[in-house]
Design a protein around this ligand. Structure first.
Ligand code: HEC
Ligand code: HEC
Ligand code: HEC
Ligand code: HEC
Length: 503
């Protein structure tokens, strides 16, 4: 690195002359001082507005804003219709897209059919906790109201408060600008494994800021009767890490507390839905073992004139192979893209086999119930479906796992397929006992065909959502602007896309 600076310095001097170089050194010194002084963005509390940080740190802010360019909606229910069968009876069967830029986090959680069409602060299918990984306003609310109050009630309760997308205040301390983990559930999750924040190194922090959101979680639900006699429900984001990060260890934890996210109405299996265990799965891969952090690939250093800073356009490291992979590896850019593409292909192949198997198991189980099977007969098969689906989901719900931890991903997919087949063998025997031989599950090969097999009225969901978007959502935004929480200019150039709006 030092050598190339020297070469750059000599050639610059030769081309533009000493005067300009002296000026640039002076500029560099000023920049350095400005960075060392680290201005105080906010003396007390959390600054959630990214553009306020931008006044002090323009380079980081401008690169962060580029996450706006990653705006493509990729409807995964269309690409993988098996998902609709696997998640029947749960919000994900209505709408599920691939992740896109951090800039869209608030828009996407608001637009998804999963959050429904609330008509007021106490209405709607989702709890307040659904905002937790979308915005620094969440940290501001926890700071102002306390964690418990933040987690109490419905998602719609905070519609006029959570308005700024994932940004500076999520990863940095508003006073010192140092990296900071502010989400208490991550700190508790680490403690449940016997780890302490005070032991974490700077390199650990370059992953832990991401682990606040890119992790597996469930809602720990408690109920209380308030002073007014009304029932108050609190859903606290909790990391299931007590037994460890491996798929089977997390599964054992969920089994031990008898947890399920939903019951699939076709098979009646008690299902676990994996969220996005990027941090946990990354930890089993070679790059983590060799000491890399998320930021090493997703936030490379960037040179602008005399200043070196961290690129905050968090996205696909392969868009920038020269400053990510090639800082350590020697191969060509094309070779790297090929290596990653082959890993993706292998995962896609096994993933499809596992999903087809599990979807058939759900549909065949439905046939068994319809043919008079008893709970006692079905119990073991349903447990296989639960465990098989969990292992499939845990291995792929992190969209980067095929690269972060390829062997572990393929191992879990093989197990998912095996457990799904075990369930199908058991169900075939139950079907035979009830006189059904040679049953074949119906076709679920397109989004339309799969939707027709599950109890859902998607057209109704979409109409209600659009009413919400034209009504209550507009009111939320106006209130947030009036309260000074949202700067309308911060949303300039933001397209409004969703899987159902036809763009
Ligand atoms: C998802 C987490 C995350 C978000 C969001 C984020 N940063 Fe950072 N930021 C980092 C990481 C990681 C580093 C590297 C720190 C290190 O290694 O010392 C960093 C470094 C910095 C630095 C130190 C100088 C540099 O460039 O290396 C500044 C200043 C900074 N960020 C400002 C901002 C501002 C302003 C925003 C909002 C526009 C922001 N950050 C949003 C994670 C984040
Ligand atoms: C406050 C929660 C939060 C934090 C902190 C966070 N992320 Fe994210 N990240 C998300 C969410 C939510 C999405 C999906 C946004 C969407 O699709 O609307 C996402 C999307 C992404 C994507 C997909 C981007 C694209 O353009 O396809 C990558 C890559 C990513 N995050 C990496 C990271 C890394 C690396 C860090 C730490 C340096 C980090 N994230 C920190 C919540 C977070
Ligand atoms: C050694 C480099 C490297 C490290 C370290 C790394 N990633 Fe990745 N990440 C990648 C590559 C390469 C991809 C695949 C990009 C693609 O889809 O082609 C990826 C994909 C992702 C995706 C999926 C993006 C999408 O749009 O589908 C997310 C999210 C993500 N990484 C988050 C993280 C988090 C969080 C960490 C740390 C826990 C991390 N990554 C560590 C290289 C890395
Ligand atoms: C900071 C250094 C560093 C960066 C950046 C880095 N790697 Fe690596 N990579 C390593 C190390 C160290 C190993 C392990 C080598 C070993 O121990 O044999 C490794 C191993 C690998 C392997 C072989 C193991 C496997 O999982 O198949 C591949 C492929 C790979 N890296 C691809 C990438 C890609 C693609 C990127 C960019 C997105 C990248 N690396 C970025 C250091 C790095």
């Amino acid at each position: 690195m030092k050598k190339s600076y020297a070469v750059l310095g000599i050639s610059l001097a030769a081309i533009v002359g000493m005067g300009v170089l002296a000026g640039s050194i002076k500029g560099k010194e000023e920049e350095r001082q400005a960075i060392n002084q680290s201005p105080v963005v906010k003396e007390k509390g959390i600054e959630a507005k990214n553009e306020v940080w931008g006044q002090y740190f323009p380079r980081e802010y401008n690169s962060w804003k580029l996450t706006k360019k990653s705006d493509n909606i990729n409807d995964l229910l269309k690409a993988k219709p098996q998902l609709i069968i696997l998640w029947a009876g749960y919000g994900f069967a209505k709408d599920y897209n691939a992740p896109r830029g951090h800039f869209y986090a608030v828009q996407d959680v608001t637009n998804t059919l999963r959050t429904g069409a609330p008509t007021g602060p106490t209405d709607g299918p989702q709890p307040a906790a659904c905002w937790s990984c979308k915005s620094p306003d969440v940290l501001r609310l926890i700071d102002e109201k306390g964690e418990k109050d933040y987690f109490t009630g419905k998602w719609a309760r905070w519609g006029n408060e959570v308005v700024n997308p994932i940004g500076c205040g999520d990863c940095h301390d508003s006073k010192t600008a140092n990296l900071k983990v502010s989400r208490p559930w991550l700190i508790r999750g680490l403690e449940s494994m016997g780890k302490k924040m005070s032991d974490m190194t700077h390199q650990d922090m370059r992953s832990l800021v991401c682990a606040q959101c890119h992790s597996e979680y469930y809602f720990d639900t408690t109920k209380e009767t308030g002073p007014d006699g009304a029932e108050k429900i609190t859903n606290t984001v909790t990391f299931p890490w007590k037994n460890g990060f491996k798929g089977e260890e997390v599964e054992a934890y969920y089994d031990s507390i008898n947890f399920k996210d939903f019951t699939n109405p076709l098979s009646k299996a008690p299902i676990l839905k994996a969220q996005h265990p990027e941090y946990e799965t990354f930890a089993s891969g070679i790059h983590f073992q060799r000491g890399l952090a998320c930021a090493d690939c997703h936030m490379p250093y960037k040179q602008e004139g005399a200043v070196k800073y961290t690129d905050h356009n968090i996205g696909n490291p392969l868009d920038n192979v020269a400053s990510t992979c090639l800082t350590c590896h020697q191969e060509s850019e094309a070779e790297f893209k090929r290596v990653v593409a082959v890993k993706l292909e292998r995962k896609e192949e096994l993933q499809k086999i596992a999903m087809d198997t599990l979807a058939k198991a759900h549909l065949e189980a439905k046939k068994a119930w319809d043919s008079g099977a008893t709970e006692e007969e079905m119990k073991a098969a349903l447990q296989d479906i639960r465990h098989g689906q969990w292992r499939w989901d845990y291995s792929i719900a992190s969209h980067g796992a095929f690269f972060h931890a390829p062997e572990e991903t393929l191992r879990l997919l093989a197990q998912a397929n095996e457990l799904g087949q075990e369930a199908r063998i058991k169900i075939a025997a139950i079907l035979a006992k009830h006189g059904v031989i040679g049953y074949e599950a119906p076709d679920f090969s397109t989004k339309e065909k799969a939707l027709a097999l599950i109890p859902i009225d998607l057209a109704k969901e979409i109409t209600a959502k659009q009413q919400f978007q034209n009504g209550l959502l507009q009111q939320w935004q106006k209130e947030a602007i009036d309260k000074g929480l949202l700067n309308p200019q911060s949303r300039e150039g933001m397209s409004n896309k969703s899987s159902y709006s036809g763009n």
